[in-house]
Structure formats: structure tokens, C-alpha cells
Design a protein around this ligand. Sequence first.
Ligand code: SF4
Length: 657
Amino acid sequence: MNKIYCPSLTEYKRRETIEVQIGEVPMGAHHPIRVQSMTTVDTMDTLRSVEQCIRMIEAGCEYIRITAPSIKEAENLRHIKAELRRRGYNTPLVADIHFTPNAAEVAARIVEKVRINPGNYADKKKFEVIEYTDATYQAELERIRERFVPLVRICKEHGTAMRIGTNHGSLSDRILSRYGDTPLGMVESALEFLRICEDEQYHNIVISMKASNTQVMVQAYRLLVQKLEEEGLKPYPLHLGVTEAGEAEDGRIKSAVGIGTLLEDGLGDTVRVSLTEAPEAEAPVAKALIDRYTYRAEKAQPIKPLCNIPIDPFQYHRRETAEVENIGNQNVPRVIADLSPLRDIQYADLKSVGHLYSMLLDKFNMNDLGADYIYTGDHPINFMLPNGLKEIINYVPWQLMEDQEHRHPLLTVKQYLQATQLHPKLNYIEADIHGITDELMERLKGDATAVLVLYTSNEHAMPELRKCFFRLMNNGVSTPAIIKRSYGALTADEMQLYASTDVGGLLIDGLGDGIMLGTELLPAQEKVAWLNTIGKLNNLSFGILQAARTRMSKTEYISCPSCGRTLFDLQETTAMIRKRTDHLKGVKIGIMGCIVNGPGEMADADYGYVGVGKDKIALYRGQTVVKKSVPADRAVDELIELIREDEKWIEPVQLEA
Ligand code: SF4
């Protein structure tokens, strides 16, 4: 049995952790997974901070984090706390510290918890690669110890908790020089500080490993758990988050892919969803993600434990599969839109899945989110489909069709095992875990036309589907597989979070050659509303693929959630930049509120838009600043100019409908 990073890959169990005392709201052990968020107003504005805290508490936050960039803000936490307590709110406060140990030492005497970033607590980033010998590295660690021990002792004395919060984008030069920009570097960055805490017998600690790249983030948390165990360190609670997730739908999908993947495996004791929106909008998203696991253990159908894990959970490798038409192998994962409940599909109906029919030109145009296949079940389409879109129909009607060549059949396992007539190039076989028998696998091994469509009705869906993949891999079956999920009466928000978790959790581990999302709702009553839901599921499929970094079909925005340091209206600015650039497929743009943390945190963005002062913006190409102080009213134009210079700009095209 391989070593794993969580209590079980098949049964839902929360990882056992120590309890951490944070004011009146303890974390970890048997306590529920906590919701938290961070204020965005200036910490020196006591009244507005208090009012925002109250809105956040009423939206469900159980801890509130507030930035303390210097001693004066740290001191002002006293007034914010006093006013909240006076108004009857006892929610623990957390001071967020970057670069300023002296502010941390003040805050630790006032609030219930301090968050430090090990990448910048005792280091200033110079983007230098430094050659360390063991002796010089050790000397660096001694320097950190000297700087950090006073804070640890204050926390111990005052009963203050601490989060050691690593960020992928702000690792120190020391860590980068030795470990590179890797999950291992992130883990080691936290462990350097954690070992000092343990030497001081201080254990009131929570750890986080955030990144805006969901693959890196998931791998880092897993590795952290394993390293804690290997080194005999205590099982500290985990604070989960995806940094700079962005706004609206994309931000929610990305958060659910990263956070949900870990929650599925029982990891995580508190969640912060970072959206470029008002902080009170974050708590309901975090709560919706968490609530899914409240009764998971009771509702899940048992899954037999695994004997062999054929993937490396700490590194991304796509499962090796054969190429069947445009599916599997090196092809991007495909999107299949499930239109099967709809009868009599018309040209115009395909607009919902990204294929727009122009009556004027009598032709279809496909947008960037055009489905690759549509599944029409028992009701084949009676017109010619546009280029780039293919149809899948059930096996029985397919057998009766005159034109079988241009449609692909979907078979049950039983039909497949008994079939005498198949499509010569591509056949879909729908199977759940019980259908993946030895007989089926033997047959699949000799069939270069088969693509599996894996589904489950288990509440513990992602782990059961993952087990299906493991079974195929352990038996040497390289048939590509589509992940199918269908949801009943859920709200659009729930569907978005659940699908992102269920499918994203597999894609993050390189499992899955496509997505097929469907709704169990019927189009009988209101076709337009139903098509609208199908359109959302289609866009969601592309969003999940992008968030799991497996297929880029739109511009990627890495925007910070904003905080008391923010120098411009992030929501408004992000919306403005998005409006002008959202047709630039695959380009990554970082939008950061301040120069202190922004450049580091936008990680692997191609371009950066960073606040440097009042109405002043710095523009970055990768990690290099190219325009230092552009007036805010010209900054978006200059950003576009920069993209143009790099020949990555394309003019937006208006599709005719
Ligand atoms: S990058 Fe954004 S969230 Fe981070 S410190 Fe700066 S303004 Fe605050």
C-alpha cells in the first residue's frame, strides 16, 4: 500500500488534527470546518472596518482577518476589537502581517491570531538567485530564528494563535534558490518557521499553502500533510485557500477546484474563498463548499479500499491514454453538452452550447466556448451540424439510422459486450464502478475505437470516479474516459461549486479526457430557461477545465481579493480590464492592489497591473516592471499597448447571430 496524504482515498473521513485555540472559536480536532474572510477597508478607518466586520460576521464569517502593514494599523486593531466587542460581536480577529515583525509583535498582544507569511517575515525579496552552502543556509535559519522567536514568545504568553501562511507567489529568495518555485519549496518555507515554534513548545498553529495555480496548491497541501507526519511534527489544522482566484464565476470555479479537491479527501479545518468582490460575498461560497461534507460520511455508499495508487499525488501527470479521434492522448479534454432531454432541436438551440447560427449568412460560427460534442440521446438532430461539432446518440436509434458514419453511438456495458455492429472509429461506452468488470476491461484493451463515459450515483462521487480510473490504470487499460456528472434540483451556485469539485478533483490528478455535465431537470415547461441552464453548464465545463489548467479557452485573470492596502477599486478595475481583454485566449493578467505584495502574488501572470500610489499604476511583463508609474486613466490602454507590442493582441470579433 502506497503512502497517502489523507485518512482515506475511498471513505470520507476528516484528517485528525490538534485543536487550536483562537479566542472563543477553536479550530481543528472535532470542531466544524470554519469560515473566514478578510476586510478590504483601510485598517485606520475604525468605523468602516467595524461595519465591514459586522457585515462579514452576519454573512457567516467565524474569523475576520485585517491587514496590519505597520505598527500604527496594528495598534488600531485595539480600537476595532473594542468597538466590535462593545456591539456584542466576539468573533476572533486575525492580524495579517507581511514584512513587519514589529507590527506582528504589537498585534499579537491585541488580537486572537496573527498570520505571518514565511516568505517575507524576515526577508525582503530581491529576486536574487543565491548559492548557499549548508553552513550559509544554516546561518540564514539562525537569523530567522532571532527575528521570529520574540513573536512566538508573545503569542505563547498571550494565548494568541498563529497561521504560518505560505504563498506560492511570495517565496523567499532563499527558498527559491534551494527548492525552486515548487510545492516542496512552499512546504519547506512553512516548516522552517514551524520547527522554531516547536522548539519553543508553541503549538497554537494553523498552516496554509496557497497558490493561484490549483495544481500547485493541491500538491503543496498534500505534501505538507505528509511531511508533518514524516518529521513527527504535530498534525496542525489546515487553512485552505486559492489565492487571487478572481471574481464572479471564474473565481468560484477556481476556488471550488482547489479547495473542494482537498475537502473531498478530508483535508482542511477552515476555508477562505478569495474573490475580487465585497468580502461578505465570500463567506456564503465557503459555507456552500463546506456544508457539502456535513453528512457526507453518512450518505456515501461504501467504496472498497484501494490496494494500489497508480498516480503521484504530489506531481501532475496526465493519465496515458490512446487517441481515439480527437479524444485522449495529447488532445485537450473535450466538452460534451447533454441535450438528450430536448426533442426537436433547432439551429438556434445550439447557441447555448457556443455554436451560433447566422440566418443572414446561413452558417454557424463557434465561439471560444463551443462544445465539441452534443449528446442527443434518443432524439437525433435532423439537420447537418456545424464543423467542429459532432453528435452522440443512444445505440438503439443509432443502429436504425441511415447515416451512421457522422454520428457516434453511446452504449451500455451490456450492449457493448454483446454488440455485433459498432462505429468504425469512435464508440462511447457508459459505465459506473460496477460496470468496470474484468470482462469489460479485457474487451477495451483490444478496441481502438472505445471511449468510456464514467458516471456514479454515489454521494462520495469524486473518490468513486477516481477509483474507476485507478482500476483502469492498474489493469493496463488505456481507453480514454469522459467524466459524466448530472445534477438534480440544485441552485446554479451549488451546481457550479459541486461540479467544479467533482470534476476538478479528478482533472487535477491528470484523470479525465473530457467532461459531460447534465441536469436532471426536464425542459418540458420552459425551453428557454432549460437551454439557459445547459448554456451555463457548457460554460462551466470550460471554466473547470481552465481552473484545473487542462484546457485554456479564455483569458486568465489573477486578481487579488483586495485588503486595507489596496490602492484602487479592484472590482471596477478588474471589470474594466476584463471588458477590453476577455477575448485573449490563454493570456494571464494579474491585477493587484498594491506594490508590496502584488508583484510576488501574481505568480505566473504574463502581464501585471499593480497599484503603486494614488491613481498610479505599474505595468509588468511577467515579473519585470516595464512602466513604473502610469496615470490610472491611461493604464488599461497602456496595458493593451504592451500586449500589442508582444504580438499577443487580437482584435475582438463580434459573432453574427
Ligand atoms: S496584493 Fe491585494 S490583497 Fe495582497 S496585500 Fe496587496 S492589495 Fe492586499
